[in-house]
Design a binder for this molecule. Sequence first.
Ligand code: C2O
Ligand code: CU
Ligand code: CU
Length: 509
Amino acid sequence: MSRDDDRTRWLLSAAIALGLWMAIGGCGDGNNHHGATPTPTVSPIPETFADPPEIDSVDGVLDTTMTVQPETIMVGEQEVTANVYYGLYTPPTWRLRSGDILRVKLENMIDMTTNLHTHGLNVSPMGDSDNIFLHINPTESFSYEIKLPDSHPPGTFYYHPHIYGTTEFQIGNGMSGGIIVDNDEYPPPSLRGVKQRTMLLKDIQMMQGQVPDPPMSSNGTTRSVNGLVNPTIVLHPGETELWRILNIGADIYYDVQLDGHVLQEISRDGNSRTRPIDRDHILIPTSARVDVVVSAGAPGLYLLNTLPIDMGPMGDYYPQVTLATVVVEGPPATPAPVPTKLPAPEDLRGKPIAKRRKFVFSENMMGDQFCINNMQYDPSRTDTTVQLGDIEEWTIQNCSGENHVFHIHQLDFQVIERDGVPQEYIGRQDTVNLPYTTTGDPTTTKVLLPFTDPVIVGRFVYHCHIGEHEDNGMMQNIEVVDEPVGDAGALAGLDPDEPTDCNDFPCPF
Ligand code: C2O
Ligand code: CU
Ligand code: CU
């Protein structure tokens, strides 16, 4: 992000601030000069934020045809030609209920192979469901049919392509959109009347009106919310809202903070928390989603920022950017009660653990090749075989001087330990940041994974969700089978009880 962008942001914020000051009668209220009763000229600040369009399921089915094609779009003030869904940089959010069927006809009108992944959905990875091994060639189309089980967890998910080698470029063009699953338990009944907003955080690199291919990590990128650069959001004092914040960009992390407000996190990655968690700021790694309750404070102007993020000595540095400007004005509203208990799934600690495995994330010295257990992705290899019904404990380590974000398809996990420190149970998630190391010793994140839902039987992947890393090797295949696997599951083969020497993981290419 350049200095110019910073200056533009400052000017914009200043202009809005001045507008607010004038609106609340700071000056220019001629009435005062004539001694008449001051009538505050409340010219409310207009809201410029807009939700993405939405497609809802009807009678249990969401049926949509989605074309991906090159289109000239606007991001902020800039025009760029990019490959996008539905001709839109901010494509429709698919809104479903647990138990629904999602039917998507994907028409590929771009010059590369693509496909569809429904990130976070606990659905079948086989056939015409959430099967990332399908390839839809240019000019071809394919009809997906994805059945959400009746017990499917509610919350916030998203869709994006999953083609090894070009996922980063495709998502970086804007090929990602939101999915919301509701049911009788969520959103919590006391919050059903409040205004909901969906905030798609995306960033795009633009060079001479095109998205550079391949993407350049040194290039500046424009961050936006629903394609809008620093939109204005208006709330009344005391008003309660439910915001779904989705990091659906290709590579970067966000660390979201709303000045002067505590964000109450009630769901993460489509998993209800056990209770609302008060956050001063929320780290949202690539592909993570959070649902937060916002309770507007006193009248005034507050910035929704993403704070500076240091991804480590081998990684990028993301400067602070204002994502949106929140204006609290007008008559006070009655706050909605936030429940103290939320419908999270059960705590997995104390359940029998069938297998323990270790996965070491590392990269080469150039920082352009990426490995799990010192291997790069091979689409034809099955790295891990798991028996349906098992709960496994995975020790995931990061040997590199850069953050990675671990993600697994089809199911959610529970983080139980970080660098030896036990973690309180607050709910499940499908992404977790693996912090960088500067000591030569790995950082360690322990998770419990319940491979218990029969719907997940089949072959799928786990990987780092930073597009550049995933496309350059940091991914493995997993197969969940409904038969005894014995020790076959230990193909990845690293023993979590053996200490890790990071020198053994140079990630050679
Ligand atoms: Cu967003 Cu392999 O997933
Ligand atoms: Cu996924
Ligand atoms: Cu990574």
